[in-house]
Design a protein around this ligand. Structure first.
Ligand SMILES: Cc1ncc(COP(=O)(O)O)c(C=O)c1O
Length: 390
């Protein structure tokens, strides 16, 4: 496989000013990541700061409801409330190795912005987070958290004021400050080497699942289910199992209100291969190749592209893509609250919704791991408004 290419997906379709910086980043990753010093530092932070390994929890009541055996991989228990810190800590350490002093990034749900400022503070790096104005409103609690931790949060009001626009703005700003500043990409998207770096740092999730499920059940799972947009929590969970075809892999994206025009974020259903943010991926676009806005109530899934690796895996059929509509997602939140006493992030609730929607298809002994990517504190207002109009 050519570096950075996943079949026809991936690549480096960027402004030539960015090319030397991407080459520097790739070289730094290849040099430092394999060393025992780097592994020790990262392993120590993941253990003592982030709280890894996260538990693999047997969800007895939810299992009864859906008719199979469901384990939740508890990424909501990572410090900060989601899987995003796994990658942020890795890239922050890499930034130190490159001798840079600042981090910039974008965020939608606020989870990645929060993880970046946490990792930045731990490693002694300044942090600036770009965030669409619409997302700043709907994820206000995470904006407060980021500011309290000392990040500069810069509103992005171009386009629709959502994640796609924040990524475009951050890439633009990066060209002017890349000597001192690392762009800490939050998902498995963007030009090579980002998709590879992010998936590598997130693959700790699947490595842990493999060990934990063997201990508990003495066999690999039959299926792993994860939600996603760019694909970082999904690939993190999937990578350790990709070669084992007996383990079915399911990816659930944001269906939004409906699959009709402009009401969805389901790029695997209504998108096509195209270029977005420096790489070829499956992307929502019009007949002229213009990127179309995505729509879902889950800010963290509201991105019109699927990363190159998850795009290739879905195209080959190794990963099956599904979607959940907003209405189903809110209902799934309620089900998880009532069965297991856990409030999931709206993003995570897409994976939960898949389980509920397909319960007739599961066999009793079937072993499913659901990657429980984050907790729902950030979504409380939206959830309460949905159910009570509060
Ligand atoms: C809790 C949670 N899950 C999932 C996602 C989707 O991102 P990814 O596809 O990179 O895992 C996000 C993004 O913000 C998130 O906050």
């Amino acid at each position: 496989m050519k570096k950075g290419k996943f079949g026809k997906y991936g690549g480096q379709f960027v402004n030539e000013i960015l090319m030397p910086i991407l080459i520097e980043l790739e070289a730094a990753f290849e040099k430092h990541y394999p060393t025992s010093e780097f592994q020790e530092k990262l392993g120590g932070l993941l253990r003592d700061y982030a709280g890894r390994p996260t538990p693999l929890y047997y969800a007895r009541n939810f299992s009864k409801l859906v008719g199979c055996q469901v384990y939740l991989k508890r990424e909501d228990l990572v410090c900060g409330g989601s899987h995003k810190l796994n990658n942020a800590l890795g890239q922050a350490l890499l930034t130190k190795e490159m001798g840079k002093s600042r981090l910039i990034t974008e965020t939608a749900a606020g989870q990645h912005g929060l993880a970046t400022v946490m990792a930045g503070n731990v490693c002694g790096l300044e942090t600036e987070v770009f965030m669409g104005v619409k997302d700043m409103k709907r994820q206000a609690s995470n904006v407060k958290r980021m500011k309290l931790l000392g990040a500069k949060v810069t509103p992005v009001d171009i386009g629709m004021g959502v994640l796609k626009d924040a990524v475009s703005d951050t890439l633009r700003k990066w060209t002017a400050c890349s000597q001192t500043t690392h762009y800490l990409m939050g998902s498995t998207v963007g030009p090579h080497p980002y998709p590879e770096i992010v998936a590598t740092f997130q693959s700790v999730i699947g490595t842990e699942i493999k060990e934990q499920i063997l201990k508990k059940e003495d066999r690999p799972p039959d299926k792993i289910v994860a939600c996603g947009s760019g694909g970082s929590n999904a690939l993190g969970a999937f990578r350790a199992f990709i070669d084992n075809e007996d383990v079915k892999l399911v990816f659930v994206e944001g269906g939004g209100e409906s699959l009709e025009a402009d009401n969805s974020a389901a790029a695997f259903q209504v998108g096509k291969p195209g270029i977005l943010h420096g790489a070829v991926m499956q992307v929502l676009q019009d007949e002229h190749g213009q990127i179309k806005p995505s729509k879902t109530r889950a800010a963290g899934l509201n991105y019109p592209g699927r990363g190159p690796e998850i795009s290739a895996l879905c195209e080959s059929g190794r990963v099956k893509a599904y979607y959940a509509f907003d209405k189903e997602v809110f209902e799934a939140v309620k089900v998880m609250c009532r069965t297991e006493g856990l409030i999931p992030a709206l993003e995570t609730a897409h994976a939960i919704s898949y389980m509920i929607k397909h319960k007739e298809e599961f066999e009793k002994g079937e072993l499913v791991v659901l990657n429980y990517s984050g907790r729902g504190d950030k979504d409380l207002d939206a959830i309460m408004r949905y159910f009570h109009g509060a």
